[in-house]
Structure formats: C-alpha cells, structure tokens
Design a protein around this ligand. Sequence first.
Ligand code: GLV
Ligand code: MG
Length: 317
Amino acid sequence: MAELRPRRSCLAVPGSNLRFLEKAKALPADQVFLDLEDACAPLAKSGARKNIVAALNEGGWGERIRVVRVNDWTTEWTYRDVVEVVEGAGANLDAIMLPKVADAAQVRALDMLLLQIEKTIGLEQGRIGIEAQIETAQGLINVNEIAFASARIETIIFGPADFMANINMKSLVVGALHPDYPADPFHYILMQILMAARARGVQAIDGPFLQVRDVEAFREVAKRSAMLGFDGKWVLHPGQIDAANEIYAPSQEDYEHAELILDAYEWATSEAGGKKGSAMLGEEMIDEASRKMALVVAAKGRAAGLSRRELFTPPES
Ligand code: GLV
Ligand code: MG
C-alpha cells in the first residue's frame, strides 16, 4: 500500500455550516472531515450533503486530506450519504469516515457500496479510503477484524465521547484524566486501537477534546496518545490545530537524533565502518532495533517538514 499521508490534525467541519466549510480551506490542518453525522442535526442532513458536494467540487483544499463522515449503518441516512457524496464529488474526495463501526461486516458493506458507485460512474476502483471510528464496546472487541476488513482502511479512530456514553463512564470531560481514578482511564482502549492499527499498517487517530478554549488541557490529552504512538488527533477549533501539528510530530531534537542514528548505523554496518551489528553513537549503544525506532521518528519528522542542522561524521579509526 502507498505510504499514507500523515494526519496529525484532523479538523471536524459540520456540513451544515457554510461559513466554516469555507474557512476550513485556509486552516493548517492535515485533514479536514466534513461531517454529516453528530455535528449535523437530522433536519439539516439533506442540505448538508449538498453543501459538502459543492465544497469538495469547488476545490481550494490544497494538500489537505478530504474526508466526509457519513452516518452509521444503524440509521436511515448512511446509503444516501454515501451515494450523494461519492456520486456528486467522488473524484474530489479521499476517504469516507464511518462512525460507530460495530464489526467487519459494516466496513465490507461500505467497501461494496463504494465499489458499485466507482464502477457506475467510472471512478478509479478502490482509491477512496475508509476511516473506521471505534466508539462502542462492541467495536472495540472487534477492532482487529475491523482493521483487516478492507484494503481501503486508512485509519482507526477512537471516538471518546460516544465511547464514554456506551460504557457508562462516570465523567463528562471527554478524554481527560479524572481525579477519582489514579491512572489513565483511556489507556486500555487506546492501546487496543493502536495494536490493531499497527498490525494492519494504518494510522491510529485520537478523537476530540471538547473544551475547545482550553488549549493547555487539549495538549495534555494529546501528549498522552502521541506518547503511545498515535499519529494524530481530531481538532474541533482552529486553536487546537497548531498544538496537534506540533505534538504528533517529533521534536527537532528527537528528529536530529533519529537521523544521526540512521547515518551512524549505516556507517557501522558498512565495510568501511567494520561491518558491526552494534555500535556506539556518543554514549548510546545502537543496533538494528535502534534503526527501526529511528526510521519511524525520522519519517514522521520529514513528513512534518523538519530539516537537519547536524550532519553525521564517521569517527576517526
Ligand atoms: C467522536 O465521534 C466521539 O464520539 O468522540
Ligand atoms: Mg462519535
């Protein structure tokens, strides 16, 4: 599969909000997703489909990944969401986000519907991706099968608000730590999602933080999932975008270090470097596993536009 473009910040834009649909084109989010689900009132959904088709076809989204979130399969809206949006603007759309995914069959159903539309209107088959939101206990226990249900899967996303409601979690502050619990109540869920995403080789995305004016609290929540290995997080407000772009990219220091490890290890394993499988880089011992860790950090840093200030020079022998 082609390398997936990074999605450090995924901006939610209600399909019914024309002003925000226009404004989003100028915001520095890696991804925008135009929402037909929970940010769109039932009576506004039909109009929102039309707004979204027009906004996608109008263009102006630059490098941003263009996603539409449809309604989940238990509603009466899903098939029309997909048909109207993909028939109307399929060539200008990168992925469909499917919320509240319960099992692999729901992903396969979307895959088949997309294929039918692609065949009917002559779009490239299989190009439109699927983003699967895990928002229920049932979705979580099936997350491994969900991750492998279709070649179109590009991300597995945690939906903390619906998830908290679904499992009766005793807090209303989405994604945050709680004084009555001495650890991170979301750790288990995040790790399950991350394992499924990594086993499948797709991105793991953290969900929204609703206290949109409190950017410091957003940073705290985001740092925890970034530390585990998550690739990005939803942003609901322009103020959260820069924080997400920074937190889900490596720091300049970690990036430089990763590039140095790659160069130093390549040299150490070469003829000139003595064909060594492990070597010292300053005070640190590096080996093949260090190279693998460094590859991940370096790739994320390059994708985030970081550049090197320090170059490797082989030690004098
Ligand atoms: C997002 O959809 C959430 O429920 O948190
Ligand atoms: Mg939700």
